[in-house]
Design a protein. Structure first.
Ligand SMILES: Nc1ncnc2c1ncn2[C@@H]1O[C@H](COP(=O)(O)OP(=O)(O)OP(=O)(O)O)[C@@H](O)[C@H]1O
Length: 268
């Protein structure tokens, strides 16, 4: 009897969802040119959580602004789903650090979350339903009638996250989103974002100067250093889906990765 050979496994290469190629960015021109980012190359897969860390002033926010299409790089490209972006894009939503300036105080929470959908031509009933659903997803079910100034800082940042989610973007870009809240609220918001990412499968890129936060949240940590900034290390965390504020941070892999990042930053 002839023995049949097992069919060879076919490896299908999947393309990254977000790709940065040769990105260079400066502020100013001529003699006053200040080069911030130098020839950055990054890849982020669909559903991945990527943290970007680096010292203050290295250019983290500048990079995130380039990724969101809010500013144009001097050279290089950012593409999402293979499409090169040259301005704000429907697949990219941003959550900023300063929730008090990003929410509109004269609108209720529900109106704040629903508002951006108006620009997409979504009808009022669907806008409100989407806003309710996303407020519930961030633990604010039934709170839509409140104004932002009636809520705590942590609750306002949840509203800002709900608004970004309501956009139904593929990639959530977060710039130091938890830097303005107290330590316990920060942990709660970190765990909320982990839950959202695993339930909704959204891809997240988070900028932070907090190394523990970067490691705790991410599948991959990108370390920026030098002037102009370049990628000096990329660390795959390998912690899996389950994270715990105490256990994960005591995991030897966490401790080792933290030391590695600190060394990288000290050596540059
Ligand atoms: N609009 C701008 N015009 C000119 N220079 C700018 C502008 N925005 C930022 N810079 C400069 O670019 C450099 C990088 O700033 P950026 O905010 O990107 O760094 P960062 O790593 O996010 O810093 P931090 O961690 O302190 O928020 C800084 O020297 C800053 O002064």
């Amino acid at each position: 009897m002839a023995i049949q050979a097992a069919p060879e496994e076919v490896q299908v290469a999947t393309k990254p969802l977000l790709q940065v190629q040769g990105l260079t960015m400066s502020y100013g021109v001529g003699d006053s040119e200040n080069k911030i980012l130098n020839d950055l190359n990054l890849e982020v897969d669909d559903g991945e959580f990527v943290s970007i860390v680096g010292p203050s002033g290295v250019g983290k926010t500048t990079l995130l602004r380039c990724l969101s299409g809010l500013i144009q790089p001097r050279s290089g490209t950012v593409s999402v789903g293979g499409e090169v972006i040259n301005g704000p894009h429907r697949d990219l939503a941003v959550v900023f650090q300063d929730y008090s300036r990003s929410l509109m105080p004269w609108m209720t929470t529900l109106e704040n979350v629903a508002f951006p959908l108006q620009g997409r031509g979504v009808g009022k009933k669907e806008r409100n339903e989407t806003a309710e659903k996303n407020l519930a997803a961030v633990g604010l079910a039934g709170q839509g009638h409140k104004y932002p100034w009636e809520m705590s800082g942590g609750m306002q940042q949840r509203v800002a996250i709900a608004r970004a989610l309501a956009y139904n973007a593929k990639v959530l870009l977060m710039d130091e989103p938890f830097a303005s809240v107290d330590a316990q609220t920060r942990f709660d918001l970190e765990d909320l974002v982990i839950d959202l990412q695993s339930t909704l499968g959204v891809t997240i890129i988070l900028v932070t100067h907090d190394i523990d936060e970067a490691l705790y949240l991410a599948d991959k940590v990108i370390v920026l250093a030098e002037k102009p900034a370049t990628v000096v290390d990329v660390i795959e965390t390998g912690f899996g889906d389950h994270r715990d504020q105490v256990e994960t941070k005591a995991d030897p892999r966490f401790v080792e990765a933290r030391a590695r990042i600190l060394h990288r930053l000290r050596d540059h």
